[in-house]
Design a protein around this ligand. Structure first.
Ligand code: MSP
Length: 631
């Protein structure tokens, strides 16, 4: 890979159903990342596509009485169109039914067969048609697929198997030596957790008699390969000939995926690459899952949300902003229209939209329609310049970690600072006093410089709004390198911008009033059951506890939640000694956005009751395993 090449992929989606907020969310994140890398000057290759073989598509097509190919063609067009409408800038779109892909899959299969990496065996096990894979005894929950909640089917058949097991030790070592390979850490730990159990060989084929819709094995055409052995290879097949320019420039890739397919990408794929003598990918970046108003998004619940439907209602940039800002990267997040409207009105209309409108208006009205030459900068300007430096520094750091939410939070911190600057400097008052003309020019220049910076750094996240901000200042194509404070020359014409993000009014249903309703006994406003269900309460076992240095109140706790271990900071040190906490089971809020307290990232909150001087931890009166849900 050459120095500045950046190759990013999304999962290739199953086109058995149209795109929805989940697939669109991943694709928008990938798009924001690729736009950011292009802004930074990298050579970017951005791949997405569709995974078209297998039972899922064959069954959906059979239901409609059409061929899998005709079905796939129709559905894939929906994906291509959706990404176009959402403004996705992918460089390529791969379909696993394309000859360019099938050719590479067959070449790799033949090579692995020739070198004994694949063998014919018998495979039997519990199979889920929805996931198109076998489940091990450990993974099965109550005899059902943990994902689809349906009974599994016992299948016994001839299968070709890939000798994945022989790579187990090597993969563990690789993960230990390269902590950055899979991130965030919780997913690296999840993969290491899988690798604590003996790794099985991987079944990669199906008898053609049972499934036609796959790629025939070149050494035994009575079998087809499909799903993972087919799909994962898209990431290399899309680059064409391994000796070609594109392949040599861009491989190895960074793969962006949702948490549902960590095992395939964290275990199958690196071992397949080793077997095929292809260099490993650069990194796997994993995001969490969207729920809808506290519930899993699923067809059967009828709550599948379409990104374009929302974009038509609120604007595509609003949905894009929501997805990037609302989901802490790696953790789950909840979608609701109320939350979208909240972000739109507060962050986009109020903070950003108002700033752009106020700043361009005062420059045009009091600066003669152009950026004036500034006078001497005072402490307020220096503070804003420093805030800009902090914001851009944090954006760079956050984007290295795919933490879109943190990048945006940092930019909004700056926007808040500029809004306060307009308020305190009150250019409209300065304009009334000719003796303060120089000060006015400094303030107007500072505002224009703030907008210039925002027009650059917002580009990956809000490309249209950023374009409008740049256009208002007559700025040219954005480059991250230009986002350095102080570069704005005087003299550029400025145009007023208004209504960048119009507010949306929400109608909140009035609660029915009744004359004989007893006086409320609660002290807080009531919330709906759906709102309460958004709070994920869990039993957690404290495995380590220590005082946070220099803090009277805080204890740092390491807790176990099922398989997962995490760190929390709790304000209980004045009431509980660290040693009294170890081994105790507490109840925590498990889905709070992480917060940093005294430099320690806290992932959740311990529940306790308190009165004036006393504090008591919420406890269970029977023993429950760590991770159990509290309702
Ligand atoms: N075809 C496989 C992937 C093969 S990649 C070599 C597949 N397809 S899928 O259509 O099911 O897409 C799964 C991906 O869609 C997730 O990894 C994630 O990127 C996205 N999402 C689908 N539902 C989602 C949510 N509810 N929330 C967040 N992302 C979701 O698996």
């Amino acid at each position: 890979m050459s120095q500045d090449a950046f190759y990013l992929t999304t999962p290739i989606y199953y086109p058995n159903a149209p795109p929805h907020l989940g697939s669109a969310g991943t694709t928008m994140m990938a798009d924001a990342m690729c736009r950011y890398r292009r802004l930074a000057g990298d050579r970017v290759w951005f791949l997405t596509g569709t995974d078209e073989h297998g039972d899922k598509i064959a069954q959906a097509a059979a239901k409609e009485g059409i061929s899998p190919r005709a079905f796939a063609d129709r559905m894939v067009a929906l994906y291509v169109e959706e990404w176009r409408r959402l403004g996705i800038t992918n460089d390529d779109f791969i379909r696993t039914t394309e000859p360019r892909h099938e050719k590479v899959v067959q070449r790799i299969l033949q090579d692995l067969w020739d070198r004994g990496e694949i063998y014919l065996g018998e495979y039997s096990g519990q199979y889920c048609y929805g996931c198109e894979r076998f489940y091990t005894e450990k993974e099965i929950v109550d005899g059902k697929c943990p994902d689809h909640q349906v009974p599994l089917t016992f299948i016994k058949e001839d299968n070709y198997l890939f000798r994945m097991s022989k790579y187990q030790a090597r993969l563990i070592k690789h993960l230990e030596d390269h902590p950055d390979f899979i991130q965030p850490d919780r997913y690296r730990n999840e993969v290491l957790g899988f690798l604590r159990e003996p790794l099985q060989d991987l079944s990669i084929s199906r008898p053609r008699a049972r499934l036609e819709w796959g790629i025939p094995l070149p050494f035994d055409p009575s079998h087809v390969t499909y799903v993972w052995f087919d799909a994962l290879i898209n990431y290399v097949s899309a680059l064409g000939d391994p000796d070609g320019e594109k392949y040599r420039t861009f491989w190895p890739a960074i793969h962006l995926i949702g948490k549902d397919i960590v095992k395939a990408h964290g275990i199958y794929w690196p071992t397949m690459l080793w077997a095929a003598n292809i260099p490993l990918y650069r990194g796997l970046r994993v995001h969490g899952y969207w729920s809808v108003e506290g519930r899993k998004m699923s067809k059967s619940l009828g709550n599948v949300v379409g990104a374009w439907t929302l974009a038509e209602k609120y604007g595509r940039e609003v949905i894009r902003y929501f997805v990037l800002r609302e989901m802490p990267f790696g953790l789950d997040a909840d979608f609701s229209e109320e939350a979208v409207v909240g972000r739109l009105n507060a962050d986009l209309a109020n903070d950003l939209g108002n700033l752009v409108s106020r700043a361009t208006t005062v420059i045009v009205n009091f600066g003669g329609g152009a950026v004036p030459a500034p006078g001497a900068a005072g402490p307020d300007e220096a503070a804003l310049a420093a805030a800009w430096g902090r914001a851009t520094g944090e954006v760079a750091k956050a984007m290295d970690e795919f933490a879109f939410h943190r990048a945006l939070a940092a930019i909004w911190e700056f926007i808040g600072g500029v809004n306060r600057y307009v308020d305190t400097q009150a250019p409209w008052t300065l304009a009334k006093d000719p003796a303060r003309a120089e000060r006015l020019r400094t303030v107007l220049w500072t505002l224009a410089e703030s907008l210039r910076g925002l027009g650059i750094v917002l580009d990956p996240f809000l490309p249209e709004a950023a374009g409008k901000i740049r256009a208002a200042l007559g700025a040219s194509a954005p480059r991250l390198a230009d986002a350095e404070w102080g570069r704005l020359p005087a003299g550029a014409k400025v145009a007023k911008v208004s209504g960048l993000f119009p507010r949306v009014e929400v109608k909140v249903a009035e609660p029915a009033k009744s004359a004989d309703t007893p006086a409320a006994t609660t002290t807080s406003p009531r919330i709906s059951l759906a709102d309460f269900q958004k709070i994920d309460l869990r039993v957690a076992e404290v495995i380590e506890a220590e005082k946070v240095p220099k803090s009277k109140k805080l204890l740092k706790l390491t807790v176990k939640l099922g398989e997962e271990t995490r760190t929390l900071v709790a304000g209980i040190a004045e009431h509980y000694a660290p040693e009294a906490m170890v081994g105790r089971k507490v109840v925590i809020v498990a889905n709070l956005e992480p917060a940093t307290l005294m430099g320690i990232e806290s992932n959740g909150m311990v529940l306790a009751g308190s009165s004036e001087n006393a504090l008591g931890l919420v406890a269970l009166d029977r023993d429950l395993p760590p991770g159990a849900k509290v309702r």
